[in-house]
Design a protein around this ligand. Structure first.
Ligand SMILES: [Zn+2]
Ligand SMILES: [Zn+2]
Length: 364
């Protein structure tokens, strides 16, 4: 098959046509990928030495059509349209039983996509190729456990729906599932890429009274305003913490979200959150974070929490978010600012490196 292959970190990806793909095994489906977004987490893995095992096909915001089903597959048949989700949900493990589906034990292979027996469905010239984020969406085909493929309506446009896979699940899920923002709450969002503007959309859905956003890139601040931000700040002009506290009557925001994964922004979020409020780390952080925890954390009862894929259960949340899009309550179209044929993936990655656009979608 054709795929964009990561062979070496900090190098352009290779466009190859000779990846071998296994037939789907027991419980697996073979999906022909039609569209896949480029997420900042993919770029992080490309640019971070040791970020994952190589060679690897990345891409985790994919949609396509089921081409073949393995033995024992019960939820899907050939021809079904599906969204792929990086994290499956078994419904029965320790975490699923406690309604923490994004921590499902079946998803713990999500960096390599290796099966329980240690094999990968992808190979090249007899050598193993890893299926990054459990999907390998930058390849023409993906072989996944049926838990990673969510059936969607036949008339869903895959070129638009694909952004639900990561950006929307992560950003909207962070607001509705992880933080559980209540109506009328005040929100701060730092970093306005695909994840950040999805957090803004989530806050708008939650009917937050104030959605304060910050990003140094003017274009991204404009996008966020269109997605429902009420107060748009340029961090080069404003002290974000002071401004967020001022805009909330001296109290601080009820909920802060960092969409970028930067230490300084996470610290700003904590400082801008009111006593008793919650900061949620949503953007994928690069390397180690060394943040001092302020002593006042204790007496102020502040909370800091992580968030993986918006704490989503794809089988519940992907249909839910697509239904909200059909109703006009979620804007997916405006998230997609660029489209590229798969062979031009490096153009998209370079654009992401300079914060150009929101979502770049690859087409096969
Ligand atoms: Zn992602
Ligand atoms: Zn589970």
């Amino acid at each position: 098959m054709r795929a964009a292959l990561l062979e070496k970190n900090q190098q352009p990806l290779s466009f190859v046509e000779d990846i071998e793909v296994d037939d789907p095994g027991t419980g697996e489906v073979l999906v022909r990928v039609s569209h896949c977004g480029i997420c900042h987490s993919d770029l992080t893995v490309v640019d971070m030495p040791g970020g994952t095992q190589l060679p690897c096909v990345l891409g985790h915001e994919a949609a396509g059509t089921v081409e073949e089903v393995g033995i024992g597959v019960t939820r899907l048949v050939k021809g079904d349209r599906v969204m792929l989700t990086p994290l499956p949900t078994c419904g029965a493990c320790y975490y699923c039983s406690r309604n923490q589906p994004s921590l499902c034990v079946d998803g713990q292979n999500f960096m390599t996509g290796l099966r329980a027996d240690g094999t990968s469905p992808f190979s090249r010239k007899g050598e193993r190729v890893y299926q990054g984020f459990g999907l390998g969406g930058w390849g023409e085909y993906s072989v996944v456990d049926e838990g990673r493929a969510v059936k969607i309506d036949d008339d869903t446009p895959l070129e638009i729906a694909c952004v639900v896979g990561c950006a929307i699940q992560t950003g909207v899920g962070a607001v509705l599932n992880t933080a559980k923002v209540e109506e009328g709450a005040t929100v701060l969002v730092t970093g306005l890429g695909g994840i950040g503007v999805s957090i803004v959309q989530g806050a708008r859905l939650a009917n937050a009274s104030r959605i304060i956003v910050s990003d140094p890139v003017a274009e991204r601040r404009d996008y966020a305003a269109n997605f429902g931000a009420t107060d748009v700040l340029d961090p080069n002009e404003h002290d974000i913490v002071a401004k967020a506290i001022e805009l909330t009557g001296g109290i601080g925001v009820d909920y802060a979200f960092d969409g970028a994964g930067h230490e300084k922004l996470i610290a700003d979020c904590i400082a801008a959150t009111r006593s008793g409020g919650t900061t949620t780390m949503v953007g994928a952080a690069l390397g180690t974070l060394e943040m001092p925890v302020p002593a006042m954390f204790l007496t102020q009862e502040k909370k800091l929490q992580g968030c993986l894929l918006g704490s989503c259960n794809g089988h519940r949340d992907i249909p839910r978010f697509l239904a909200l899009w059909r109703k006009g309550a979620l804007d997916l179209e405006s998230m997609i600012t660029h489209r590229h044929p798969i062979a031009d993936i490096n153009v998209g990655l370079d654009d992401m490196r300079v914060s150009r656009g929101l979502r770049h979608v690859l087409e096969f």
